[in-house]
Design a protein around this ligand. Structure first.
Ligand code: ATR
Length: 273
């Protein structure tokens, strides 16, 4: 029987095991998926154990996404570019192949809900960390843009924008004042997450009705950012879809099957709601 895992610290809160177990059952595949608590200092021992015990693949979460790269045999372009891996596939010859499905997961989630209406519109990306990087590249690859990147630390936005064709960097205050120029706005920072007390990275009073406004956070389901956007007639997208689709893309790599994401998004939304 094949088995899969997710490694991280903490890990008990992870929704990945229930999600993948349901998909295996739906697909009629006799496999299981378990959470494995791995502390930062135990990563290489844990990888050895997973290999020795015949694990077929695993997801990787905080704090191992970057550190694991040195322990893998090969990584794909997305992982290299983001300097982070969120899933590993054990190849037939036993080599470990790392990938990153976060950015493409975001684009799948966007298009599942709103089709391609965001295409041909100006895109504003808020944040310039790892998550922003993956999303910026995936959006660009999917034909979105031009992309403007804004960030508390403007230098980081400039650095990221120089890596993406047609992208530019703008200060937060300029972005805030000119929000009506954008047809797709994506919030990628952790600001607005439960327990964080920072509020929101920029105010949304100038957003136009009909603009798609995405926040990659899913806990809470409705961040203050999305609340403000909706009150102006913005079309909201929370982070549940991105989470589900990054998992679905992992599942597809392991099994060849793209699972039912819409049903899973409803289940998780009900759980968190
Ligand atoms: P991740 O991999 O989740 O993207 P990260 O690489 O640490 O995490 O990036 C965090 C992003 O959130 C950055 O864009 C960061 O802005 P800075 O580059 O200025 O640090 C942004 N961020 C974090 N806390 C913030 C806050 N209180 N206000 C505005 N932006 C914030």
């Amino acid at each position: 029987k094949k088995w899969y895992a997710v490694i991280g610290d903490p890990i008990a809160q992870s929704m990945s095991p229930a999600m993948h177990e349901e998909w295996f059952s739906d697909a009629g595949i006799d496999a299981s998926y378990i959470p494995v608590h791995v502390r930062e200092q135990d990563l290489s021992k844990a990888i050895e154990s997973l290999k020795r015990l015949g694990c077929s693949g695993w997801n990787v979460t905080i704090p191992h996404k970057t550190a694991i790269i040195d322990l893998l045999d090969e990584i794909d372009t997305s992982a290299r570019m983001m300097n982070a891996v969120n899933m590993v596939k054990v190849l037939e010859d036993g080599r470990l192949y790392g990938m990153n499905t976060d950015g493409h997961g975001f684009v799948r989630s966007l298009e599942e809900k709103y089709g391609t209406v965001g295409k041909g519109k100006n895109v504003l990306l808020i944040g310039a960390g790892g998550a922003a990087k993956g999303i910026a590249f995936a959006l660009h690859e999917a034909g979105y843009g031009p992309i403007a990147i804004t960030n508390r630390t403007l230098e980081k936005a400039e650095l990221l924008s120089s890596d993406i064709e047609g992208a530019s960097a703008i200060p937060l205050r300029d972005a805030e004042a000119n929000l009506s120029n954008f047809g797709l706005i994506v919030q990628t920072t952790s600001v607005g997450m439960n327990f964080a007390k920072e509020g929101i990275p920029l105010q949304l009073m100038n957003v136009s009705a009909g603009t798609i406004v995405a926040d990659i956070i899913y806990n809470p389901l409705r961040t203050e950012f999305l609340e403000q956007a909706e009150s102006k007639g913005g079309l909201p997208l929370n982070g549940v879809g991105m989470f589900v689709h990054q998992g679905a893309l992992s599942f597809e790599q392991w099994t060849g099957v793209y699972p039912n994401t819409k049903k899973m998004i409803r289940t998780i939304t009900d759980q968190l709601g």
